[in-house]
Design a binder for this molecule. Structure first.
Ligand code: G3P
Length: 231
């Protein structure tokens, strides 16, 4: 997926490393997401574990890495550099997710690598102030995700709506070309709608879909809100 092909609002589904989203489950989820992309024409990106990327890349064209190690290729054990993800065919990288925090210099290094390899960079921040601080690296996307809401089902839309609107205000004042998305606890269509109404140009979702008994239906419902928003 080239950056120019991305249509906002964007929908990023983070598989994390839930049992329901690894191995053959990752392939099943990716196939369901693909059907919904085809049905709705909404831009959906999936972030499987590193080991599942090649399995889903064959049929899903917007795969992003959950993290990349801030190193050059070389004598490192158990690390994965941006170059390896690029060769595996990813289109983007999540950077500084609250479950994989990085130092500023590491974030800067990864942003430079993403620009060099034309990968979509998504920097995550825990509050509007951090998102504003990190926007100086000019990523493609900034994602506001209050860590205390992640995985709780209490959505950023309903429980910390001001964090979305404040992040949009601060980041857009700095650089209007940076897209602001939000995540943490997004669980139903109303959460998606509120996020978009607050100025978010997309959502970052995990547990409410991955842990759902009907993930296909949930992905479809969220995608339809985005589709209706665009029309
Ligand atoms: O990357 C998105 C993720 O951190 C949000 O998690 O489970 O609250 O949707 P969740």
């Amino acid at each position: 997926m080239f950056k120019s092909e991305i249509r906002y609002p964007i929908f990023i589904l983070n598989f994390k490393c839930y049992e329901e989203a690894i191995g053959e489950n990752a392939i099943k989820l990716a196939k369901e997401a693909k059907k919904i992309v085809e049905e709705t024409n909404v831009t959906i990106a999936i972030a499987p574990t590193a080991v599942d990327i090649l399995n889903v890349k064959n049929f899903f064209n917007f795969v992003i890495a959950q993290h990349a190690d801030p190193i050059d290729p070389g004598s490192y054990t158990g690390h994965i550099p941006v170059e390896a993800f690029k060769k595996a065919g990813v289109s983007g990288i999540l950077i500084n997710h609250s479950e994989k925090r990085l130092q500023d210099n590491q974030i800067e290094y990864l942003i430079k690598k993403c620009k060099r390899f034309d990968l979509t960079s998504i920097i995550c921040g825990k509050d509007p102030e951090e998102c504003y601080k990190l926007s100086k690296y000019n990523p493609d996307i900034i994602a506001i995700e209050p860590p205390e809401l992640i995985g709780t089902g209490n959505s950023v839309s309903r429980y910390k709506p001001e964090s979305i609107s404040k992040t949009v205000e601060l980041v857009k004042n700095f650089n209007k070309n940076i897209h602001v998305i939000c995540g943490a606890g997004i669980s139903d269509e109303e959460d998606v709608k509120i996020a978009l109404e607050l100025g978010a140009e997309g959502i970052l979702v995990s547990s409410s879909i991955i842990k759902s008994k009907e993930p296909y239906e949930k992905i479809r419902k969220f995608a339809m809100i985005i589709k209706e928003w665009k029309s």
